[in-house]
Design a protein around this ligand. Structure first.
Ligand code: FEO
Length: 169
């Protein structure tokens, strides 16, 4: 495998685990505010990010590439308003999209079509992640300032259940 592609794929394992940690911190914030539904939403989001990390890990091993695990950064965002994590999540997903795009571009430049095909799932997934994050901000802006609206939204987010990623390797 091309060295740069391999390095970027390896880095992405760390970035996805960081995403999991960031979302767990958001769940932690909402749990401390008594919003168990929001906390549930982000706990499940954290699990999904661990799945993403493991897909990159497995892909590397399937291609006999060495994996190096690095320290996971501390989630250092500070949240004040209830909408703050929702906005931070959208910004973060846009950043992750830029990372996936950079690996994609490197794989294309190296004629590594297997990696391009592997990344196709993530390109689509990032589209969904950004849309889900943006939709949540819209809902919060519409209903979040009303106690009953917030209660309903919290109940809705509490109904989210975990499902394993549709991509298998
Ligand atoms: Fe692994 Fe939320 O992107």
């Amino acid at each position: 495998m091309d060295k740069k592609v391999s390095e970027l794929l390896n880095d992405q394992i760390n970035k996805e685990f960081y995403s999991a940690y960031l979302y767990l911190d958001m769940a932690n914030f909402y749990a401390s505010k008594g919003l168990d539904g929001f906390a549930n939403w982000y706990e499940i989001q954290a699990k999904e990010e661990q799945d993403h990390a493991m897909l990159f890990y497995q892909y590397m091993h399937n291609n006999s590439e060495a994996v190096t695990l690095d320290a996971i950064a501390k989630p250092d965002k500070v949240y004040t308003e209830l909408i703050d994590p929702l906005k931070a999540a959208l910004e973060h997903e846009k950043y992750v999209t830029s990372l996936i795009n950079a690996i994609y571009a490197a794989a294309q430049a190296a004629n590594d079509f297997r990696t391009v095909q592997f990344l196709d799932w993530f390109v689509k997934e990032q589209g969904e992640e950004e849309k889900n994050s943006a939709d949540l901000i819209t809902k919060m802006e519409l209903f979040g300032s009303d106690p009953k609206g917030l209660y309903m939204l919290n109940s809705e987010l509490g109904g989210r259940t975990y499902s394993a990623p549709s991509l298998t390797l």
